[in-house]
Design a protein around this ligand. Structure first.
Ligand code: CP
Length: 327
């Protein structure tokens, strides 16, 4: 039987989880980014493994495809000496009809400290948080949230600009089907950055201004931004048969990010995976000042910071371990 997952019910904060950017304060974000920076410095050493989470267990469960998020969470846990267990829905007992509830109860019986979960349905990580004693990290639930992506984007931005407050970020493309956009708009608002969502009216949800951003339906609006953050068309989350753009060719012609559409000094980001030649011109993706590779690198240290933070910080945001453990 299919579980009823909508809407996500609040999860009581007896343990710290990371289900949404909405769980975080500006101070939480600052602490996480500072911790990520400490880990970044530690990874410059010849021996990259830290003993910090020895004896802890991190389970990664991915019900949707992933390259960056799944690889970086696994590597992050290993860099911190945690035991890891990674499960993909394909090839697991999900193929035999096992429900999310039974999978969560089964994995919970192994007493993991953290469960990282990606699932196509909104609210799946909230359900697992209620069914197990683990700390839960939302690695993407439907069109809802992808909080670690937003945090790694902040980390990459702070590395490139040396600040976050006052930056102007234009997020371009399919906002309607993007959990990345929702999380990032909230995260940028928390740190005092300015956001403009740019795209056709069919791909920008009504009322999203309430998250703290502006909307523009002309591509020229990117001209005012410091950063152009490109989203792909997320066909896998569009209803079958629904049409949001006249054709891919027309979308690229009107909304694709090309060198001619950028002004000198603008930096380009993309969460990946990219559809080169559709939403982003390969010359933009491969430009030396693009931040796309910096985002991937940020993914590792930010996810190390998130795992560390969940296991060492109280729900009120008080760190219970010494900073020396990080360095
Ligand atoms: N950005 C992102 O979530 O990438 P993956 O789907 O490869 O994890």
């Amino acid at each position: 039987m299919r579980e009823e997952l909508l809407p996500p019910a609040p999860v009581l904060p007896s343990r710290r989880h990371l289900l949404s950017i909405g769980d975080l304060t500006a101070l939480d974000v600052e602490r996480l980014l500072d911790t990520a920076r400490s880990f970044e410095l530690s990874l410059e050493r010849e021996v990259k493994k830290l003993p910090t989470l020895r004896g802890r267990t991190v389970v990664n469960v991915f019900y949707e495809s992933s390259t960056r998020t799944s690889a970086s969470f696994e590597l992050a846990a290993k860099r911190l000496s945690a035991d890891t267990l990674s499960i993909r829905a394909a090839g697991s007992s999900v193929d035999k009809g096992e429900s999310l509830k039974d999978t969560a109860l089964t994995l919970g019986a192994y007493e993991p400290d953290v469960i990282v979960i990606r699932h196509p349905q909104i609210g799946a990580p909230h359900l697992v948080a209620r069914l197990t004693r683990a700390r839960i990290v939302n690695a993407g639930d439907g069109t809802h949230q992808h909080p670690t992506q937003a945090l790694l984007d902040l980390h990459a931005l702070r590395g490139a600009f040396g600040r976050l407050e006052g930056l102007h970020v234009a997020i371009v493309g399919d906002v309607s089907h993007s959990r990345v956009a929702r999380s990032l708009v909230q995260a940028l608002a928390l740190v005092g950055a300015h956001v403009t969502l740019v795209g056709p009216a069919t791909l920008i949800p009504r009322g999203i201004e309430a998250l703290g951003c502006e909307i523009a339906h002309e591509i020229e609006a990117i001209g005012a931004a410091d950063v152009v953050y490109v989203l792909r068309l997320q066909h896998e989350r569009m209803q079958a048969g629904a049409s949001f753009v006249p054709s891919l060719r027309e979308y690229t012609a009107r909304w694709g990010i090309t060198p001619a559409r950028l002004r000198p000094g603008q930096r380009v980001m993309h969460p990946g995976p990219m559809n080169r030649g559709v939403e982003i011109d390969p010359r933009v993706a491969d430009a030396p000042d693009a931040l796309i590779e910096a985002q991937v690198r940020a993914g590792l240290v930010v996810r190390m910071a998130v795992l560390y933070d969940l296991l060492t910080t109280s729900p009120a945001g008080v760190r219970e371990a010494s900073a020396a453990e990080v360095a």
